[in-house]
Design a protein around this ligand. Structure first.
Ligand code: C2O
Ligand code: CU
Length: 503
């Protein structure tokens, strides 16, 4: 299992990762690139000094900026990307959500060898679907993605009328960074930390900025393209006082536009919302949690009326025509038994300090509190253990519950497969998992806990909440050796991934 090997790939226990920003170039604002069909883009990975509120920290960047360059391309074009690695450790680039050629998927040990420090690699990309995509490493992403290695790719539809009208597009990466004592909280070069609950940050970076300010005109419809690039955090995004309309998701338009109070975006998911700012004033893009509200960005709206007037278009509710057709054919799939079932499993092992040779599946015995333990109590315990850094190691696995083993899928391009994801509450892991399928295809969420999904959209990542069962319809289109994994970086690195084959 090459993917599996990758999940447990660790840099040899060596010197800690460098943290000193002294002498590094200061991070710049991300470039906006609009390469044409057949163009070549160069990406160089190198350390930068990034100024946060009250601290300057050492981060890693594509082309000197966090996030890396924002690419905009046309649907159905092709692009070559030359990557040079001048960073801290070997890496790859994964092009999240693209149904591209398997050889450019960026999975070490499966589709390429890691790019050594000082090395280079060329990727050939194609963009069959409209929407927002992104790129990030597929090796120690718990460290490298947290440190700033991520960037966006906006794919413009071939058909200009695909999206409803908006005045402007704003692409925003949503991230959080864990900062302690004026520096980024340490990582272990030997293995991922925070493996149980994931690494939640305490400094928010929206478009790479701790406190970004945007401007708009009164009556302006701003299309926000949101992607969650955080290791672990799921965002609940709201704009009090403005009106928000959900128009798209991972790969294009939703089945039907709908007015919403906010949107939930899990790690690696994308959400597209049109926001109408009705009157002059200051608005906040906020992240809501059960215990508080965090300001992600400020939008200052001026008195000049936006032109043209898009109010009537904003009130209209349209949708994706291809999904209306999908809806019409969904009943047999809703009624069918799943073809494949996956279950998420945590294995807890106490670690007495031998971090170097530690491999997830070498863990014996202790499986945490009994299944009768209260879920919340258990969660507190997990958080405690995580705070105690690597004193407890958790291995995460995705298994076929019928066998208790890692699945061994073999599909055929053109096939459709019903997949059931089970995140059982009683299985010692009160976590939610954003489950991601690489570019072998795309999927629709059919149902959650048996309730038919009311608004379809083509997706590559779905959040499976604690205790939830989610049914997917996987549209398999692309041959190759592909990965499926949880997109919480620390879970992924702790074994929550498997490979599958499409003929
Ligand atoms: Cu963005 Cu394998 O993932
Ligand atoms: Cu997970």
């Amino acid at each position: 299992h090459p993917g599996h090997d990758h999940a447990h790939h660790h840099t040899p226990a060596a010197a800690p990762f460098p943290t000193d920003p002294a002498g590094l170039p200061e991070a710049t604002a991300p470039a906006t690139l609009e390469p044409g069909d057949g163009a070549t883009v160069a990406l160089t990975i190198a350390p930068v000094a990034k100024r946060l509120d009250g601290a300057t920290v050492r981060m890693l960047a594509y082309n000197g900026s966090v996030p890396g360059p924002a690419l905009t391309v046309r649907q159905d074009t092709e692009l070559t990307v030359d990557v040079a690695n001048e960073g801290d450790l070997e890496t790859t680039v994964h092009w999240h959500g693209l149904r591209l050629d398997n050889s450019s998927d960026g999975v070490p040990g499966a589709t390429q060898a890691p790019i050594a420090v000082g090395g280079r690699h060329t990727y050939r990309l194609r963009f069959p679907d409209p929407g927002l995509y992104w790129y990030h490493p597929h090796l120690r992403e718990d460290y490298t993605q947290e440190l700033g290695l991520y960037g966006t790719i906006l794919v413009r539809p071939a058909d200009d009328d695909y999206w409803p009208p908006a005045h402007r597009d704003v692409v925003l990466t949503l991230d959080d960074l864990l900062v302690e004592d004026g520096r980024i909280a340490p990582f272990s070069p030997a293995e991922t930390t925070h493996a149980a609950m994931g690494r939640f940050g305490n400094v928010y970076l929206t478009g790479g900025d701790p406190a970004p300010g945007l401007t708009a005109n009164a009556g302006e419809v701003v299309r926000f393209w949101l992607v969650d690039t955080a290791n672990t955090r799921t965002f609940d995004v709201r704009v009090p006082g403005a009106r928000m309309k959900l128009v798209g998701g991972d790969s294009g338009r939703v089945e039907h536009d709908e007015f919403v109070d906010g949107v939930v975006v899990a790690p690696s998911e994308r959400t597209v919302v049109d926001v109408l700012f009705p009157a002059p004033g200051a608005y906040a893009l906020e992240h809501h949690t059960p215990v508080g509200t965090h300001r992600l960005a400020t939008v200052t709206v001026g008195a000049t009326p936006a032109t043209p007037d898009l109010t009537a278009a904003f009130e209209a509710l349209g949708g994706a025509p291809d999904l209306a057709a999908e809806r019409a054919g969904l009943d047999p799939w809703l009624a069918a038994e799943p073809d494949e079932v996956l279950s998420f499993v945590a294995e807890l092992a106490m670690d007495h300090g031998d971090h170097g040779g530690h491999h997830a599946h070498a863990h014996g015995g202790h499986h945490g509190p009994s299944a009768t333990a209260d879920g919340i109590e258990w969660e507190d315990e997990m958080v405690e253990m995580n705070r105690a850094s690597t004193s407890a190691t958790v291995a995460w696995r995705i298994v076929d519950p019928a066998t208790g083993e890692e699945p061994d899928w073999r599909f055929t391009a053109g096939q459709r497969v019903k997949i059931r994801l089970v995140n059982e509450l009683e299985s010692d892991h009160p976590m939610q998992h954003p489950f991601h399928l690489h570019g072998a295809g795309r999927f629709l969420v059919l149902a959650r806990d048996g309730a038919t999904e009311p608004n379809l959209v083509w997706k590559d990542t779905v959040l499976v909440r604690t205790g939830e069962t989610v049914d997917l319809l996987f549209d398999v289109t692309n041959p190759g050796r592909w990965m499926a994994h949880c997109h919480i970086a620390e879970h992924h690195e702790s074994g929550m991934m498997f490979g599958f084959t499409v003929d």
